[in-house]
Design a protein. Structure first.
Length: 114
């Protein structure tokens, strides 16, 4: 009887633990935020090469805050969701592939003549 009780307790607690690690931001919103953060990093890196005073101003932190505010995403929720995806390689690959597809679509739109 004690073994059955122990198995049930382990099952209940493991189910609750999985519930706490669920991603907090929907996949479609997450890929957009991730892509925008990567764009901000690229811009910051390129600017830093030309102007080292940007490092002193911590512009990258300001960019991140603006992106989170613009998308109405909490920083803690973003990083918790990112950790959730990183622990699941197939889902993380899908997320990164989706962000890459966003960049390809954006580049294609820039090339199209109007």
């Amino acid at each position: 009887m004690k073994k059955l009780y122990l198995v049930i307790c382990i099952f209940v607690f493991s189910c609750q633990y999985k519930g706490n690690q669920e991603n907090r931001i929907p996949f479609d919103k997450m890929k957009v935020v991730l892509y925008q953060l990567m764009q901000a990093d690229e811009y910051y890196t390129r600017t830093l090469i030309l102007d080292s005073s940007v490092l002193k101003d911590k512009k990258n932190v300001q960019f991140y805050k603006q992106i989170f505010e613009m998308n109405k995403v909490d920083k803690d929720d973003f990083y918790a969701t990112l950790t959730y995806f990183q622990k699941r390689p197939t889902e993380f690959k899908a997320l990164m592939d989706s962000a890459y597809e966003l960049s390809k679509r954006e580049k294609l739109q820039l090339k199209l003549p109007k």
